[in-house]
Write a protein that binds this ligand. Sequence first.
Ligand SMILES: Nc1ncnc2c1ncn2[C@@H]1O[C@H](COP(=O)(O)OP(=O)(O)OP(=O)(O)O)[C@@H](O)[C@H]1O
Ligand SMILES: [Mg+2]
Length: 241
Amino acid sequence: MSILRAENLTKRFGGIVAVNNVSMSVERGEIVGIIGPNGAGKTTLFSLISGMEKPDSGRIYLNGEEVTGMKPYHLSRKGLVRTFQIVRPFRSLTVYQNVMAPTTVRRTKPDMGMVENMLKTLGLYEKRDQPTSVLTHGELKKLEVARGLAASPEILLLDEPFGGLTVNEIEQVSTVLKEFIEQRGSLVVIEHRLRELMKIVERVIVMDQGKVIFEGVPGDVPKSEEVVKAYLGSSKVLEGE
Ligand SMILES: Nc1ncnc2c1ncn2[C@@H]1O[C@H](COP(=O)(O)OP(=O)(O)OP(=O)(O)O)[C@@H](O)[C@H]1O
Ligand SMILES: [Mg+2]
């Protein structure tokens, strides 16, 4: 049974069909990438799945149970957690307090050893007692990933975790994500840094104008005429950036 299954999701904002009849599923222990030009509907798809927006039509199943319309906090209790493209930490709290805050939502106790190791791998451990106001952009993005993972999700939805990171920081984030997958976690990653994304995902979904226009292994993405057409005129080139 798929851990996550979305069937025929549609979401309109006024005249725009942001998500247009999208179906997708994710297996346990799988990493799925979602790519597509700006405005394709990727973030909106996450908002529907994580309960922040209600779909106009379609259904969402988590571990076989229908969860369509369920509130975000309820979904995180059930093991589905998302992160945000634009990070918004609690500025007055320390790095450590920020990482631990979402763990209160889950009823399971956080694994302190895991959290400590994760902060070390991400290069945030030395700053764990500092307020987040001292963090660089890259450190804030890494903190967002750490917060998601500390909540011990079964499935984590990451919205552009690599945005603005250095190559070294992307390595750090990729390492913690791989460790999560090895422990049978599931991941869905929206990303514009295609070269870096392709290194970690097993399957890619390409969206354009609200629709899924391709689904398959990373190697087949550039072979798809539809995908190439969608990216034409965009600054994002398929071979990298
Ligand atoms: N709350 C909203 N109200 C109105 N329109 C919205 C809203 N959220 C998204 N949209 C519109 O829906 C479409 C899809 O937006 P979305 O943010 O999902 O795209 P995206 O694929 O995540 O893009 P990007 O790569 O730039 O983050 C866009 O046309 C956007 O302007
Ligand atoms: Mg987006």
